[in-house]
Design a binder for this molecule. Sequence first.
Ligand code: NAP
Length: 259
Amino acid sequence: MSYFKDKTIWLTGASSGIGEATAKALSSEGCKLIISARRESELQRVKNECAHPEMVTILALDLEKHQQAAQWVAQAWDIFGGIDVLFNNGGIGQLSAALDTQEQVERKIFEINYFGNIALSKALLPKMLKANKGQIVATASIAANFGQANLAAYSASKAALKLYYESLWQELKQTPLKIQVVSPGFIQTQVTLNSLTADGAALGKNSPAQEKGMPTSVFAKKLMKVMAGSKFHSYIGRKELLAVPLHALFPRLFYKLLK
Ligand SMILES: NC(=O)c1ccc[n+]([C@@H]2O[C@H](COP(=O)([O-])OP(=O)(O)OC[C@H]3O[C@@H](n4cnc5c(N)ncnc54)[C@H](OP(=O)(O)O)[C@@H]3O)[C@@H](O)[C@H]2O)c1
C-alpha cells in the first residue's frame, strides 16, 4: 500500500510551484489535503486541478502574520480530525545587494521563511506528540550552504531554518515523530520572479537557472520518495547540487567558478 494512502497532509506554499505540484501528486495518491498560501483564487485553481478536489480543503493564510499560527493549526486539525504530515514549504526569495537591502525587506524574508515556518511547526507539534504520530517536512534550499552575492537575507533565512530543524530532529529523536528538511536546487518555479528586491518590490523576472531547472512534477515525485523514507536531510535537484561538495572541499575554486 502507498505510504500516502489515506494520509491527511497540510501543504503551505501550495498556490504555485513546488507546493502546487506536490499537492497534485499527493491527491493522485488518495490523500486528504489542506492547501495553504495567501492567494485564495490560485488555491482554488490548484484544488480544481487535483485528482480528488472533494478531498482538498483550502486554508488561506499569510505566513508573515504567524501570530495567528495556533488558530490556523486548530482550524487545519479540525478539518479532517488530525494531520499526518505538514509540508512546511511556503517561502519567498530575495535578490539584491546586502548593503542596498532595506532592513524591513530582510525582516520580511525572515518573518515568512523562518518565523512563519517554525511558528506553524511549534503550534502543530504538541498535537502530533499527543497523537503519538506525525511528520513535518520543511523546505530549505541549496542556498543555505554557502554565501552568494545578492542572496544574503534569503540564504541566511534558509540556513537558519535548516539548523532549527536539525536541532528539533535531535530533540524529537526518541518520539515516533519524523522531522525532515529538503533542500531544492534549481526547480522550474516562479521563486525568482517573486523575489523581493532592495526596496521590497518583486523582481518580476525569472532567472535562466530557474527556467532550465527541474520540472516541478519531477521534483514532487522525488520529494514523495524522501517523505516516505527516514533520512533527515535530502537535496533534490540536478548538477547544481555539485556546488555543495565543491564549496565544502574547494571553496576558492567554487567562488572562481561562481563568478
Ligand atoms: N524553485 C527553486 O529553485 C527553489 C530552490 C530552493 C528553495 N526553494 C523554496 O521552495 C519553496 C517553494 O517555492 P517555489 O520554488 O515553489 O516558488 P513559488 O512558485 O514562488 O512558490 C512560493 C509559494 O509560497 C507561498 N508564499 C509566499 N509568501 C507567502 C506568505 N507570506 N504566506 C503564505 N504563503 C506564502 C506562495 O503563495 P502566495 O503568493 O499565494 O502566498 C507560493 O505558493 C520556497 O520556500 C522556496 O524558498 C525553491
